[in-house]
Design a protein around this ligand. Structure first.
Ligand code: VG1
Ligand code: CO
Length: 559
């Protein structure tokens, strides 16, 4: 935390600092999805749109009155304007103090870290994560609670309810504040502290991992690159990987956050990070490469000539937990979202620790982490994390892999292959059909749901169905129930296909099909993934009648 240099008065003087109550009308589309409210920028720029949602946060989260709020975002277009709006409204709604990332920059995991370290009452993160940015891209807002995690469903539902009947919001008539200088300001009765975006987070990482061992690894002939994709992790990765761990300048690629992410899609996967993937290929490929997404909570891990699926990454990190200083004594349990492969389950079984299967979205891990039931958790969608914060954490996963490589001094490929030989390999792939007609996608899901009753015991494509259901989850800590979380069809040989509709898109619907097959025999663990899964891919396509309902023959993105 920077010292409070000087308290400044707004140039309008105190008389201008009056609270205004502005009349407004509800918008009917402010229901948060898997991770906050995401819309195209133009939707957020409509008069009162952002204000209504923010007022609904203040109206429903009583502890923010007189409390401290963290505010930051991934630097995308409209980030700065939105922060100014939120600060004026926070002041008018009785928030005592706001901590704001310098330049408006705070990654999602860094926000979680700041909330926890400074014991604030919550935080607002401005991001549409991996969705493209810029004036024609997407924008988003999410609220995190005092534990540092994404608001649980009961909170997002209360906020949504409030948006449906809102009639007015409060704001302060005041000038914009300077977001770029590490200083304190007063806005009405509220203190605003512009904080270093990176410092608290970098300090936490140094506590979690063996930085000396990683420095030693990097100082040798080990080669690496990190692609920040012109998104929020640039400053974090530059400070930690280059400055603190000694990687050569230039190791961090695309390290300056840009409002439009350089026109790219800040989604770290094989489709959108091609340039980075290419650097790992061939005899002279890099030993290690990684990337993160728009708001810094996702990660992609690559080694020389190998891509580590996020599901395998979770399993491998869990199996090796004791190499990390923060988990020297082991971990109590692991959790994975339902569509994530069952690789972690096998590790949990062997370690004799608990394993939980939760619905998609990081908010479902919060209670388990808070209760100390799990320490590691992950999602197939390039999300991995631990109990150090309450968000998935892209750089944490990257540093965890570097720590693992430093401890074992083996290649990424050798570590992965040894893991498969010991635990079996879960071949895994996700097929996305993006931007399909929403009604067609709903029909597809309804049709699938109706087919479930007749499936167990029958055969699909020559495979016997063991179970078929619409996933529902009862939180073991607070007993809240979440239904309709995705359709699962499981086969007797341990294979699965899962279907769900995305809750983060902003145009039409996105159908996600998740395909998984288990292979215990090391002699059969080196097949190309799409070939190993070919039978299941056909079963999924035919049983769900994807072409009939979506008009698409092929997926848009395969990861
Ligand atoms: C997707 C992923 C999900 C992830 C969510 C937020 O949601 O599948 O696993 O938690 O994005 O990630 P959906 O509903 O589109 O499948 V992030 O990095 O976009 O905040
Ligand atoms: Co993200």
């Amino acid at each position: 935390m920077p010292p409070c240099v000087e308290m400044r008065k707004n140039s309008h003087g105190p008389t201008a600092m009056t609270i205004q109550t502005v009349q407004t009308k509800p918008f009917d589309d402010q229901k948060p999805g898997t991770s906050g409210l995401r819309k195209q920028v133009g939707v957020f720029q409509q008069a009162h749109y952002l204000e209504n949602f923010v007022q609904a946060i203040f109206d429903t989260q009583a502890e923010l009155q007189g409390g401290t709020l963290v505010v930051g975002g991934d630097g995308r277009f409209y980030n700065r304007q939105a922060i100014q709006i939120i600060l004026r409204m926070a002041a008018a709604n009785g928030v005592a103090r706001c901590l704001v990332g310098q330049g408006g920059i705070l990654s999602t995991p860094a926000t979680s870290c700041v909330i926890r370290k400074h014991q604030t009452q919550g935080g607002i993160i401005l991001s549409a994560s991996h969705n493209p940015g810029g004036p024609n891209g997407d924008f988003g807002i999410k609220f995190n609670t005092a534990n540092g995690g994404p608001a649980p469903e009961k909170v997002t539902e209360a906020i949504f309810e409030c948006t449906k009947s809102i009639t007015e919001y409060k704001t302060l008539e005041a000038e914009d504040i300077d977001l770029d200088t590490l200083e304190c300001f007063t806005l009405g009765n509220m203190h605003v502290e512009i904080i270093d975006s990176v410092a608290d987070y970098a300090e936490l990482m140094a506590e979690q991992f063996d930085f000396a061992a990683i420095r030693d690894l990097i100082a040798g002939d080990f080669t690496l690159a990190f692609d920040a994709m012109h998104a929020v992790t640039g400053p974090y990765a530059t400070e930690i990987i280059e400055n603190q761990l000694g990687a050569p300048a230039g190791t961090v690629m695309n390290g300056t956050p840009l409002e439009d992410f350089g026109g790219g899609h800040p989604d770290p996967n094989l489709a959108h990070a091609r340039e980075l993937v290419a650097k790992t290929q061939g005899d002279h490929g890099l030993d290690f490469a990684a990337a993160s997404d728009g708001d810094g909570d996702r990660n992609m891990i690559l080694g020389k000539n190998i891509f580590v699926t996020p599901s395998d990454s979770l399993a491998i990190l869990a199996a090796n937990a004791t190499v990390f200083p923060a988990y020297r004594n082991g971990i109590p349990g692991v959790a994975r979202s339902m569509p994530t492969s069952q690789a972690a389950d096998r590790v949990a079984e062997k370690l004799g620790i608990e394993c939980f299967e939760t619905p998609t979205g990081w908010k479902f891990f919060g209670n388990l982490l808070d209760a100390g039931r799990i320490a590691f958790c992950g999602e197939e969608s390039f999300g991995t994390g631990s109990s150090h914060v309450r968000e998935k954490d892209g750089l944490w996963a990257v540093l965890a892999w570097l720590n693992l490589l430093a401890a074992r001094r083996e290649s990424v490929a050798d570590i992965v292959h040894a893991h498969w030989a010991e635990f079996g390999r879960n071949y895994y792939s996700r097929h996305d059909y993006e931007g399909v007609d929403a009604a067609g996608a709903e029909d597809l899901m309804n049709n699938l749901r109706e087919s479930l009753g007749g499936l167990p015991g029958s055969e699909l494509g020559g495979l016997k169905v063991a179970y078929a259901d619409d996933f529902a989850y009862t939180d073991p800590i607070d007993n809240s129930v979440s239904r309709n979380q995705g359709i699962r069809i499981g086969f007797e040989n341990g294979s699965r296909v899962v279907f769900r509709l995305s809750g983060t898109g902003t145009v039409g619907a996105t159908l996600r099909v998740y395909i998984e097959a288990f292979e215990p025999d090391p002699a059969k663990q080196q097949e190309p993934t799409q070939e190993a899964l070919a039978t299941l891919i056909d079963i999924a396509r035919e049983h769900a009648q994807i072409e009939k309902f979506t008009g698409r023959r092929e997926p848009t993105v395969i990861t």
